[in-house]
Ligand binder design. Structure first.
Ligand code: GRE
Ligand code: ZN
Length: 323
């Protein structure tokens, strides 16, 4: 019997808005099939049943709203996407919840949309797909910028998490992948980009200014749990770093991680040792990964049944205050 699971990085796109999903270089037939699966929120229920996934928390796939220019177009699209998400949830309220998409170039509008999504639509937080393209697709705005502090205050006041989901690096930052484009996207560049973004937020003092902000990272934490000691040691020797806590304390206190697309038992054990069993949650990353890969692994991985239940559903139920 599979352990009952709540899955936290499960992507969708409203039919008619598939241009919001960025092909990381997959062949057209494979990409078309992925888009079809993103739209279809009925067919995936059967797969969820087979894998023991009781509930999927849906979110717009990458790059989502983070490439939509100009900002007021993203504000309008956010309402459209989030209303569509609320409708999907209403069609299967026992099987689906959702994370809002936010128009991050307009911080006031993002605050208002987060309020609306949580208070009115009942969404459980928000998922953003990395930095926001700013003015042109060649420039990005990262979320350590202090102009985002009012938005983080809203997250903290509402008691909901921000899921920082990957995207590819800025076009101007891809030189190191030249001729080795296989390493872009989920192979490697997604994780490296997202890890640096999370570190920008830590080193930029976001969690000192807003200690109540909780960030979720996928893919077993985008390698950060394995690098945090060295980071902390090097940061502690720099006069230009004035953090209130050691770097590992932010990772422990302000972050939750999910298993999306990274089913590696030695890494899992390492994370349980570094962060404990209360900070890791299940995610399948459907339809970019096979649901069964992550679910079968969690059902069998050699950890205690108490920890398995924490990872599968207890931690998500607590963090998202699911009924
Ligand atoms: C993912 O979530 O893994 C993903 C996207 C969009 C494109 C490719 C991809 O959300 O792997
Ligand atoms: Zn994903």
């Amino acid at each position: 019997m599979p352990v009952p699971k709540i899955a936290l990085e499960e992507h969708f796109v409203p039919a008619g808005l598939t241009e919001l999903i960025t092909n990381p270089g997959w062949p057209p037939p494979v990409w078309q099939r992925t888009l079809d699966l993103l739209i279809d929120t009925e067919r995936r229920l059967e797969q969820m049943d087979r894998a023991g996934i009781e509930k999927a928390v849906l979110s717009l796939g990458s790059n989502g709203l983070q490439d939509v220019l100009p900002p007021h177009d993203a504000v309008a699209l956010a309402r459209e996407v989030n209303d569509a998400l609320a409708q999907v949830i209403a069609s299967h309220p026992d099987r689906y919840d959702g994370f809002a998409a936010l128009p991050m170039l307009d911080v006031d509008a993002a605050c208002g949309e987060l309020d609306r999504c949580v208070d009115t639509l009942g969404l459980k937080g928000a998922l953003v797909n990395g930095y926001s393209s700013d003015g042109t697709l060649e420039r990005g705005r990262y979320y350590d910028d202090p102009s985002y502090d009012p938005l983080w205050e809203r997250f903290a006041a509402l008691g909901v998490p921000l899921y920082l989901h990957p995207r590819n690096p800025l076009p101007t930052q891809r030189l190191i992948y030249e001729g080795r484009e296989q390493l872009l996207g989920p192979t490697w560049a997604f994780g490296a980009e997202t890890a640096v973004h999370a570190l920008r937020m830590i080193v930029g003092g976001v969690f000192d200014r807003v200690p109540g902000l909780t960030v979720i990272l996928g893919h077993l934490g985008e390698l950060l749990p394995f690098a945090i000691r060295r980071l902390e040691q090097r940061l502690s020797r720099r006069a230009d770093v004035t953090l209130e806590r050691p770097a590992s304390a932010y990772l422990r206190d302000n972050f939750y991680l999910t298993t999306s697309g990274n089913y590696h038992t030695p890494s899992l054990i390492g994370i349980l040792l570094e962060l404990g069993a209360d900070k890791l949650m299940f995610a399948a990353d459907y339809p970019f990964e096979e649901i069964a890969d992550g679910a079968d692994w969690l059902d069998r991985v050699p950890i205690s049944d108490t920890d398995r239940r924490k990872l599968a559903s207890d931690n998500a139920t607590r963090l998202l205050r699911l009924g």
